[in-house]
Write a protein of this length. Structure first.
Length: 591
């Protein structure tokens, strides 16, 4: 790997060895692998991650948004992980900027605030002005953070090997989980990827209704430093956490309308990201969405209906009554984790939404099969049956009361048990959907995100439906049926001839017939072995009785007894060993 020499320059071999021993020691102290792969004791795993520092804290924070990889209990526990907030001295910031750009702070900026206005484990953000006076936010990574994270990830993989982790005994595939998180974490600390994603999101979403997005200055953004438009505001969490009175009627109408409009705007913009752009923000938690109040003037009297209808595929889709934009905006931040869908995948997602709203179990099963990869043989009928039993309790209540993180994790487990693997882009989408849905419910509990998404999904599929192609396909199918119609009597006559001549064959497949045949084969093997052993005993008895003829004949009889006894003992030991393994397996499952 190209980064090896660089890492060794930053972290010496001695330090790497000491860090590896520290990781192994903490893992053993808190029994991290055992607890994680069996999804037990999430608190102990969280404490271990906090003790190991920045890389493992970021891993835990990412897992808190991946309910497809870990259980709901781990999701909730990992949400409590807090960054070790570090603040670098200004001299260290200047050194990083000089190292990455080749220019000093004064050469790049007209002014630069020495004190950051935000700081986290990966980096800190300073307020600055460009040479033309434009106010910008400059995010500077902490010194050597990229190399430290890469080193820790490599040592983490090495620790798994040393600890001789056994994946076949796990509930969670830790190697797959590590691969997913490693890729996401390395993308997040690659500031060039974030700048590219941010500018694409800006182009697609900025000024769409009340939605805003900062513009990134690509010519100034390099690895380790991001320069973007400064966006004033405070986390939408402040609006969400406003004290609620018990009686909703006591809320003034203006405040109710504001919260409803914010929820509605978030839903509609997210749906636009998915069905129109096929490029969506995969981590829309409250900390990544700013709320800003502005002084309304004559230049801000655009109509909201114009924006949404213009961006939703060019179709005149009615999404709300025409109204002027209110005096507040929502701004998306942090574009390190983004999702992208193919048009076919977007079609599949639209079908899933429609199927969930219809509560038709078979339709839901078919749409899930369409967005999954098959990792082995799949019994579709059995999958439909399991899905029906699984979803029935959820659909007894309203869709708004469904716990989506828990539902997603259980569906992932069900799919995995049926050799189905949901594609990673879908899991990112459902995770983002869950975050948006949770935020929307807090803003306005009366809004059902699925109910709002359904007409958009139908409209999307309708736009994708090509009437001319459908008519041509129908015409071809009609012609083929018309040509084949005269052949029907001839084919019926041939079928009757086959039946009367006794040449008909009927083939059928019994459910789980492979397992049944293997069991029958195992039973037959035991019966044959028992017959052979019985014959050996009878033969040995005859030889012993005829021992007066010759000593060799007697010895053959004794050897026959001995071999028979040895085989019987082996069979008993094998059966006991199998029963013991089955008992241990059932005991693990009960845990």
């Amino acid at each position: 790997m190209q980064m090896t020499e660089k890492k060794i320059d930053v972290v010496s071999k001695k330090e790497r060895h000491a860090r590896l021993l520290e990781i192994i020691s903490v893992f053993r102290k808190y029994d991290v692998l055992f607890n994680f792969v069996r999804q037990r004791n999430p608190h102990r795993v969280r404490v271990a991650f906090e003790e190991l520092g920045v890389t493992f804290i970021k891993i835990g924070q990412m897992l808190s948004t991946r309910s497809d990889l870990v259980s709901p209990e781990f999701v909730e526990e990992f949400k409590q992980l807090q960054d070790n907030v570090m603040v670098d001295e200004f001299s260290a910031v200047e050194k990083t900027i000089k190292k990455q750009t080749g220019h000093t702070v004064n050469e790049l900026f007209k002014s630069f605030s020495p004190q950051p206005f935000a700081s986290a484990s990966i980096g800190q953000t300073h307020l600055a002005k460009l040479r033309d006076g434009t106010q910008v936010a400059v995010k500077v990574q902490h010194e050597n953070v990229k190399e430290i994270v890469e080193t820790d990830l490599a040592l983490f993989e090495q620790a798994l090997t040393i600890l001789k982790f056994a994946p076949e005994a796990s509930v969670v595939d830790i190697r797959k989980t590590l691969f997913e998180i490693k890729r996401a974490l390395l993308d997040e600390i690659d500031t060039k990827i974030e700048a590219k994603n941010g500018n694409e999101f800006y182009r697609l979403n900025n000024d769409q209704g009340i939605i805003r997005s900062p513009k990134f200055y690509s010519e100034l953004s390099v690895q380790g430093m991001l320069v973007s438009e400064y966006m004033a505001g405070e986390s939408i969490k402040k609006i969400v956490d406003e004290p609620q009175v018990q009686d909703e009627a006591q809320l003034d109408q203006k405040r109710q309308d504001e919260r409803h409009f914010l929820a509605e705007s978030l839903i509609k913009n997210f749906i636009k990201q998915v069905f129109t752009d096929h490029f969506f923000h995969a981590d829309p938690h409250p900390g990544n969405i700013l709320f800003t109040r502005i002084e309304k003037n004559n230049n801000q009297s655009e109509e909201l209906e114009h924006h949404f209808s213009k961006r939703f595929g060019g179709a005149n889709v009615t999404v709300s009554k025409i109204r002027n934009l209110p005096p507040y905006r929502l701004t998306y931040l942090d574009f390190g984790m983004m999702g992208r869908l193919s048009p076919n995948m977007a079609d599949g997602i639209a079908n899933v939404i429609i199927a969930i709203n219809s509560k038709d179990m078979r339709d839901i099963g078919q749409t899930l099969l369409a967005i999954c990869d098959r990792a082995g043989e799949v019994d579709e009928e059995d999958f439909y049956s399991q899905l029906t039993v699984f979803l029935a309790p959820y659909f007894q209540n309203s869709l708004g009361s469904i716990n989506f993180p828990e539902l997603l994790y259980r569906i992932m487990q069900l799919c995995r048990n049926n050799n189905l693997r949901i594609k990673s882009e879908v899991t990112l989408l459902v995770k983002a959907f869950g975050l948006i849905e949770g935020l929307v419910v807090q803003l306005d509990p009366e809004i059902s995100m699925l109910d709002v998404a359904r007409p958009f999904a139908k409209e999307y599929l309708l736009k994708r439906f090509n009437l001319q192609n459908a008519a041509e396909d129908s015409a071809v199918n009609f012609w083929r049926a018309f040509v084949a119609t005269p052949q029907i009597p001839v084919k019926i006559n041939k079928f009757l001839d086959v039946l009367t001549q006794g040449r008909a064959q009927v083939r059928f497949n019994y459910k789980d017939q492979e397992v049944l045949l293997k069991r029958i084969e195992h039973m037959l093997n035991k019966v044959v072995t028992a017959i052979i052993l019985a014959a050996t005993i009878v033969g040995s008895s005859l030889l012993v009785q005829a021992s007066s003829a010759h000593p060799i004949v007697y010895n053959l009889g004794v050897w026959g007894y001995g071999i028979t006894l040895f085989v019987v003992v082996l069979m008993i030991i094998n059966d006991l060993n199998k029963r013991y393994k089955d008992w241990r397996k059932k005991r693990r499952e009960k845990r």
